[in-house]
Design a protein around this ligand. Structure first.
Ligand code: 6PG
Length: 236
């Protein structure tokens, strides 16, 4: 089961999601959130930084990433850099709350190190770390985090993190694996843009071939929600 929320455009989506995020924020002293990368979350991050910097106690939040490109944190492709520039530098968050994937390190070693960091900070449930919230996006090929259609085995990987490879560029990525994504208390997909419509429709309506897309296999133990703009729903 999932809830679906549709919005006229990506700005309105970011505004509404930010509002519901604050309204539903747990009162726990420590909330573990894994962020998505790419371009979709940029508007949300900017909205959080502009309108919520002082109205949310960000010190209770620990930030992780669902995936990271194996590049320097200073590289424009870095999900961490994007998040630092648009959000984190504008909030009063202790450095200890920011759990960066070190994209500049050896991928296999970093996947192991990051798995250990998650185990140290994120409580276990069902024998796996359970994030309070995982924000995810979806590529036009149906990938999510850095689980791509040519690496469906990552959906069942026995490790917390794994090294993935972008199918076109060959770029190495570190990604959370399917079991961890599916162990989350909440997974929220933010999906925008006409290029996502075909795959998104296939997944939501379980059309022929829908199982080939990694996003289709994200069925968390907790709550699943899709936050979509009109373009992603209609292709226009
Ligand atoms: C990444 C993301 C990735 C992203 C999708 C959608 O590192 O690129 O984590 O999974 O969410 O590719 O990207 P857009 O939001 O740019 O369409």
């Amino acid at each position: 089961m999932y809830t679906l929320h549709q919005y006229e455009d990506s700005n309105i989506l970011a505004t509404h999601y930010a509002k519901s995020f604050k309204a539903q924020l747990s009162r726990k002293a420590k909330i573990n959130i894994a962020l998505s990368g790419g371009s979709t979350p940029k508007l949300l991050f900017q909205h959080w930084a502009t309108h919520y910097a002082d109205s949310i106690d960000w010190t209770r939040l620990h930030f992780y990433w669902g995936d990271e490109r194996c590049v320097s944190p200073k590289d424009e492709q870095s999900n961490y850099k994007m998040t630092q520039d648009l959000l984190l530098q504008h909030l009063h968050i202790p450095k200890a709350n920011i759990h960066r994937i070190k994209g500049e390190k050896d991928p296999q070693k970093e996947a192991q190190r990051y798995s250990k960091e998650i185990l140290k900070h994120v409580p276990l449930k069902n024998g796996l770390p359970q994030f309070d919230l995982i924000l995810l996006g979806m590529g036009s090929d149906g990938h999510t985090a850095s689980i791509f259609p040519h690496q469906m085995d990552l959906l069942e990987a026995p490790t917390i993190c794994a090294v993935a490879t972008h199918p076109d560029s060959g770029q190495k990525r570190i990604t959370l694996t399917g079991p961890v994504l599916n162990n989350a208390q909440k997974v929220a997909f933010l999906i925008t843009g006409a290029s996502k419509q075909k795959v998104l429709s296939s997944i939501l309506h379980e059309k022929r071939g829908w199982r080939q897309y990694p996003t289709a296999h994200i069925r968390p133990v907790g709550r699943l929600s899709y936050h979509l703009d009109k373009a992603a729903l209609t292709g226009k």
